[in-house]
Design a protein around this ligand. Structure first.
Ligand code: RTP
Ligand code: MG
Length: 141
């Protein structure tokens, strides 16, 4: 087992639904600890930079438009195998395909408005945490 950190974003649809606490409770029940957190209205430039890996994809503009449609809650989570543990809690990208009991099955409306983001690997998690948090804003290990 490996103690990892991962980046979580509670997206504008879930913030608007007022379910930040319910989603945080799922992280806590799964043994993930919040080691950094901030609520933020992303600028277009910030959202484009964050999802730069998708910049050539047909859904890129819709994704960025959605991510700046309201505030997001950004957190770094720590726990055993945190990257995969968090992805398991999130469920499939398309909520119609997400397993029952996952965050996306319970709170997401569509593949665009899908409630949460999670890093997809330990390496990308490091980059994504540093994208939003200065070293002094993250709890020391
Ligand atoms: P995320 O990065 O937000 O955690 O989502 P993910 O890993 O499950 O999915 P990813 O492939 O990284 O895609 C990022 C976001 O782009 C939107 N998307 N739309 N219309 C489409 O085919 C499509 N594919 C992806 C989703 O909102 C997804 O969360
Ligand atoms: Mg992704």
């Amino acid at each position: 087992m490996a103690l990892e950190r991962t980046l979580s974003i509670i997206k504008p649809d879930a913030v608007a639904k007022n379910v930040i606490g319910q989603i945080y409770a799922r992280f806590e029940q799964a043994g993930l600890k919040i080691v950094a957190a901030k609520m933020k209205q992303l600028s277009r430039q910030e959202a484009e930079g964050f999802y730069a890996v998708h910049s050539e994809r047909p859904f890129f503009k819709a994704l960025v438009d959605f991510m700046i449609s309201g505030p997001v809650m950004i957190s770094a989570l720590e726990g055993e195998n945190a990257v995969l543990a968090h992805r398991d809690l999130m469920g499939a990208t398309n909520p119609k395909e997400a397993a029952p009991g996952t965050i996306r099955a319970d709170f997401a409306e569509s593949i665009d408005a899908n409630a949460v983001h999670g890093s997809d690997a330990v390496d990308t998690a490091k980059v994504e945490i540093a994208y939003f948090f200065a070293a002094t804003e993250v709890c020391p290990r």
